[in-house]
Design a protein around this ligand. Structure first.
Ligand code: NAD
Length: 384
């Protein structure tokens, strides 16, 4: 009997209900695939509203300590972050504290779904989003704040650049180290999984040194010894069996994924671009309810859906649990339990073919029957 420990955070809003549905599917997939010889030992850790209620802290020290000292694999539901004021994002804090630098989000189409585009089946991409830098690092000051004014004064005096003294200020750090380690992971993934290309998505025409730096460092990575013989630059000869490295400007990339989805495969990008393109691509194949993700560092892997806590649906049993179920499949794959992961993907496809789905998918499918979150989880489990 092989047991593996998985630490979990239920999450806020729809988190607890999608978690309940997902856990049953994940456990059942492992049981069926390995005839009861492997098992997940689930250990709860607290974060978000539940943590605040029980301990007075949204991210208790105990949680950080457990993740640091014990956990190699964890999975979480979405956590709510107030807009404009209040506490800092717990998600960003977790990614930064544990240096979970690669946010990996596969986006694929499930047969049977009707979606907003004509050929969703052409979408089969994996986003590698840098997860620790960029304006997402949260280094910013409110308009009129002492720190913002001080910085504006400094920039005026020392660098002779005028900024409105009442501007809010945000800082966008992008490093060679951070960009390269993310891009290496993306290219390595493309090689190992026989993917055709890696596209560096950036806004380097305008933000020349930050986003442009990301692009430049990306092309430098492909010249490194590990990759030199296995990659070619777009337009070069000798493409056979090699990964093509190309780049696209971010705004163009948004139309490319709609008009020429078959031409894109692995996408490596900066933090904010990655956030935007993840939701856009998810919409192309049926929405955020089917969008899984992983935050990977060198010591810890934390799996989570791409979407947020959907507060308006909390407690209504109407959310789609598939994003968390598929995040669980990514986790099983990461743990080396790929058979169970594959089973989950197949079971979701079969469940969709039955046309009994949650409201987000039913809305896109003529004549589909709407079922609740728990029932949809049961239908998936029945198909394992
Ligand atoms: P959201 O992702 O929670 O919801 C956007 C829309 O997507 C919803 O209105 C809903 O129509 C749809 N949707 C998302 N997941 C779904 C599901 N499982 N089933 C059915 N429909 C689904 O985005 P938001 O409303 O912008 O954010 C709500 C909160 O979540 C905010 O506090 C935000 O900061 C937080 N958030 C957290 C994470 C995270 O934990 N990693 C990620 C994004 C947003």
């Amino acid at each position: 009997m092989e047991n593996k420990r998985v630490y979990f955070i239920e999450g806020d809003g729809i988190g607890p209900e999608i978690f309940r549905a997902a856990k049953k599917v994940i456990d059942r997939a492992v049981e069926v695939e390995y005839n009861g010889e492997k098992k997940i030992e689930w250990i709860e850790i607290l974060a978000g509203e539940k943590a605040f209620k029980e301990t007075g802290s949204y991210l208790p020290d105990e949680t950080l300590k457990t993740l640091k000292q014990e956990a190699e694999v964890a999975i979480k539901g979405p956590l709510t972050t107030p807009v404009g004021a209040g506490f800092r994002s717990l998600n960003v804090t977790l990614r930064q504290t544990f240096d979970l630098y690669a946010c990996i989000r596969p986006v694929r189409y499930f047969k049977g779904l009707e979606t907003p585009v004509k050929h969703p089946e052409l979408v089969d991409m994996v986003i590698f989003r840098e997860n620790t830098e960029d304006v997402y690092a949260g280094i910013e000051w409110e308009a009129g704040a002492r720190e913002a004014r001080k910085l504006i004064d400094f920039i005026k005096q020392e660098l002779e650049v005028n900024i409105d003294p009442l501007a809010a200020i945000g800082i966008k750090p992008i490093t060679e180290f951070g960009s390269k380690r993310l891009i290496r992971k993306a290219i390595r993934y493309a090689i190992e999984n026989k993917r055709k290309s890696v596209t560096l998505m950036h806004k380097g025409n305008i933000m020349k040194f930050t986003e442009g730096g990301f692009r430049k460092w990306g092309y430098e990575v492909m010249e490194e010894e590990e990759f030199r013989s296995r990659c070619v630059r777009e337009g070069e000869d000798g493409v056979e069996d090699k990964v093509i490295i190309k780049d696209r400007i971010a705004d163009n990339m948004f139309q490319q994924i709609l008009t020429r989805p078959a031409e894109y495969d692995v996408i490596a990008t900066t933090n904010l671009n990655g956030d935007y393109i993840s939701d856009a691509l998810a919409a192309q194949v049926g929405g955020l309810g089917l969008a899984p993700g992983a935050n990977i560092g060198d010591d810890l892997a934390l799996f989570e859906p791409t979407h947020g806590s959907v507060p308006k649906r909390a407690g209504t049993d109407t959310a789609n649990p598939c994003s968390l179920i598929l995040s669980g499949a990514l986790m099983l794959d990461y743990m080396g339990w790929s058979g169970a992961a594959k089973r989950i993907e197949e079971a979701i496809e079969k469940a969709i073919a039955r046309r009994e789905v949650t409201q987000d998918l039913a809305r896109l499918m003529d004549g589909a029957k709407v079922v609740g979150c728990q029932r949809f989880g049961e239908i998936i489990a029945e198909n394992l």
